[in-house]
Design a protein around this ligand. Sequence first.
Ligand SMILES: NC(=O)c1ccc[n+]([C@@H]2O[C@H](COP(=O)([O-])OP(=O)(O)OC[C@H]3O[C@@H](n4cnc5c(N)ncnc54)[C@H](OP(=O)(O)O)[C@@H]3O)[C@@H](O)[C@H]2O)c1
Length: 260
Amino acid sequence: MRRLFPPPGADTDPGDLTDRQWSLDELADLYAYPPYPGEGRGWLRANMVSSLDGAAHHEGRSQPLSGEGDMRIFGVLRALADVIVVGAETVRQEGYRGAKARRAFAERRRAAGQTPAAAMAVVTASMELDFSSPLFTTPVTPTLVLTGAGAPQDRVRAARAAGAEVLLAGEGTGVDPARVPGLLAERGLWRQLSEGGPRLLGQLSAAGALDEACLTWAPRLALGDAPRIMDGPSVDVPVDLTLVSLLEEAGFLFSRYRRS
Ligand SMILES: NC(=O)c1ccc[n+]([C@@H]2O[C@H](COP(=O)([O-])OP(=O)(O)OC[C@H]3O[C@@H](n4cnc5c(N)ncnc54)[C@H](OP(=O)(O)O)[C@@H]3O)[C@@H](O)[C@H]2O)c1
C-alpha cells in the first residue's frame, strides 16, 4: 500500500510513498475521526466499494468487488467507530452480524472511552429483521434499530425482547435521515460510520447528513444493473467534496473525501 495524496511535502515520511504493508495503527491514525464536534453533533462517514464502472454490488454482494486492502481498511473504519449505521436490506443480503472486538484496537478504544466494539444501528421501516440472529442475540455492544413512530408494534416489541434498543426517528413508518446523526450523537455515539447500502446512503447524502466518504475503487468491471454507491433521486445542485487522502494497493484506490 502506498500513499498517492497528499503529494510529497517537506514533512512527508518517505515510508508513506513506498509500496509496503501499513500497520493497523498507521491506518487508524490516517483515518482518525476529527475532534469531537460538540454536544448533540455527530461526524458521519460512509465507507463503500465500487467497481470502476460504478456497480455497488455484484449479484447482491459487495464481497466480489472487495479485496485484501479494502477489507483491512473496512476493519479499521469499524474499529474507529462508535456506531455503524446500515440499511436493513444490506443486513438481510449480507447476513450482518455485530462488529467484533479486536485485540489490536482494544487499547485505542478504551482510551477513547468506547465500548470494545461499535454498535450496529439498523435502519428499517418494515422491521422485517431476524431477531433470532447473532446480530441481535450475541452482539458485543447491543444493536440499535432506527425506525419510524408508525412501525409495526409487534415487530418493535420483538426487537426489544431480543435485546435491541429501538429508536424512533420519524413520524410515519420511515426514518428521517436528517435526524440520524443527532439522535445517535445524543446517546454519545458521535463517531458514526455508514456501510450503506446505496438506498440508505443516498438518503443520508441528500439530507446533508454525510460529512465524509471513504470510497474504494476496485480495479474491476461488473456491468449488470447494480446501483451506484448512492441511489436515489438527483439532488438540486451536485454536492462538492474535497479529497483528503488517496492510497493505492494492487490497483485498488482508497479515497477519502470530506464535504467542502
Ligand atoms: N458496495 C458497497 O460498499 C456496499 C455496501 C453496502 C451494501 N451493498 C450492497 O447493497 C445492496 C443493498 O443495498 P440497498 O440500497 O438495496 O439497501 P439498503 O440501503 O441497505 O437498505 C434499504 C432498506 O433500508 C431501510 N431504509 C432505508 N431508508 C429508510 C428510511 N428512510 N426509513 C426507514 N427505513 C429505511 C428499508 O428497510 P425495510 O425494507 O426493512 O423497511 C429499506 O428497504 C446489497 O446487495 C449489498 O450487498 C454494497
